[in-house]
Ligand binder design. Structure first.
Ligand SMILES: NC(=O)c1ccc[n+]([C@@H]2O[C@H](COP(=O)([O-])OP(=O)(O)OC[C@H]3O[C@@H](n4cnc5c(N)ncnc54)[C@H](O)[C@@H]3O)[C@@H](O)[C@H]2O)c1
Length: 270
């Protein structure tokens, strides 16, 4: 679903209307030189990598709807960024469009997938098959995005051998053999916080080099291991900050000092 202009999506700030210079700026041409693109990939800022993943999602939706080409402006609006930022991001990957035509959707998808390392499937293991682990294991959307869930682990004897999302739950003692057999490259940690570091160590010892951590703890890993942390509470707090700031701005614009009404961000304070 395309994001509306002006909508926040966590990827970039509310995009301003494009300037005349942005609209008339030349669209760079396609360069299919892969080694050069890989070189450039090393210099892509992390924020741009996150936006590339969003462009990929938007482009995949457009492809599903039969779009063959897309203009930079159209793609920028759908992704919730301004078109100058979009063109800058796409220049990092050496993927360019044709003036007056735009970008070929299929070509751009291929370029972004190559840069994001999605040209081969990344096998995922989930450890901790409780509430969250069940939801992740049952979610059918990961395989289609290149992330098949191929192994589930837990310590609870009542769970071992029980199929969840079509896969039997295995004991964490089998992490080394199963992760090697199934070529697991990403480990998702959904255990209680006190178990997370030990589970992480086991995954790393088994050769897993990417960890997605849902437990609210900071994990220690060797340099060659990448860790991403997901914290929904932090995202909610960021949203809360924006709501509070908007209310303050509205009050300042109206020349009214925000009055305390017994509530902070909608919650009653006693
Ligand atoms: N990041 C977020 O936004 C977010 C949201 C919800 C939950 N969480 C976190 O995710 C984790 C899981 O939450 P939940 O509600 O699914 O918990 P849960 O208690 O329902 O499930 C935890 C599972 O981990 C298993 N487990 C315990 N120790 C283990 C070990 N050493 N090795 C393997 N498995 C082990 C348990 O048997 C259980 O099945 C918690 O750390 C929670 O704080 C994060």
């Amino acid at each position: 679903m395309a994001a509306q202009r002006g909508q926040r999506n966590g990827v970039g700030d509310t995009p301003p209307a494009p300037t005349a210079a942005e609209i008339t700026a030349p669209i760079p041409r396609v360069v299919a030189e892969v080694p050069a693109a890989r070189e450039r990939a090393r210099a892509i800022p992390e924020a741009a990598v996150a936006r590339l993943a969003v462009y990929l999602r938007v482009l995949s939706g457009m492809q599903d709807q039969g779009s063959g080409t897309v203009s930079s402006e159209e793609l920028a609006v759908a992704a919730g960024v301004n078109s100058a930022k979009l063109r800058k991001d796409l220049s990092y990957i050496g993927s360019y469009g044709t003036r007056g035509v735009g970008y070929e959707v299929a070509v751009l998808i291929e370029e972004i997938e190559r840069i994001l390392g999605l040209t081969r499937k990344q096998s995922v293991a989930v450890v901790g098959i409780g509430n969250l682990g069940h939801a992740l294991a049952n979610y059918g959307g990961f395989p289609g995005r290149g992330f098949p869930v191929t192994a589930l682990f837990d310590v609870d004897p009542d769970l071992i051998g029980v199929p969840v999302g079509g896969l039997p739950v295995e004991h964490i003692d089998d992490i080394p053999t199963i992760c090697a057999e199934r070529e697991v490259s990403i480990g998702v940690i959904a255990t209680p916080p006190p178990a997370a570091q030990t589970v992480c160590d086991r995954l790393v010892e088994a050769g897993v080099q990417c960890i997605l951590n849902f437990a609210p703890v900071v994990l220690q890993v060797p340099d060659h291991v990448e860790v991403r942390k997901v914290d929904l509470a932090v995202e909610l707090q960021v949203l809360s900050f924006h709501v509070a700031r908007r209310a303050d701005n509205a009050a300042a614009t109206n020349g009214v000092a925000p009055e305390f009404n017994g509530k902070v961000n909608g919650m009653v304070v006693t």
